[in-house]
Unconditional design. Structure first.
Length: 98
């Protein structure tokens, strides 16, 4: 659904995403360790990234991300800001609930 609803470009850099690939879909609030289970399928928590950006988000170092930012005229701070917004939203909605 997200692929059909959104422009086929990276949330971070605006680079075009060509043919559909599952590697384009990245969770802002990680689905690992089941820390934010109620946002696992929340559309706002899923962004489109290039495979390289997705790797850097999940496994890259701060230095690697900074280098990518400079080389591609973008900023991982954009994702960091969305992370903060989503985390606040999650805590307001689900704090103290099972």
């Amino acid at each position: 659904m997200i692929w059909k609803e959104r422009a086929h470009k990276s949330f971070l850099s605006g680079k075009k995403l060509r043919k559909f690939s599952p590697t384009y879909f990245a969770h802002v609030l990680s689905k690992a360790q089941n820390k934010y289970p109620k946002f696992k399928l929340y559309k706002k928590n899923i962004i489109l990234l290039t495979p390289e950006e997705h790797y850097l988000l999940d496994q890259g170092t701060i230095e690697q991300r900074k280098k990518y930012d400079i080389e591609n005229n973008c900023s991982f701070d954009k994702i960091k800001q969305l992370y903060g917004e989503l985390k606040d939203e999650y805590e307001k909605k689900y704090s103290g609930r099972i």
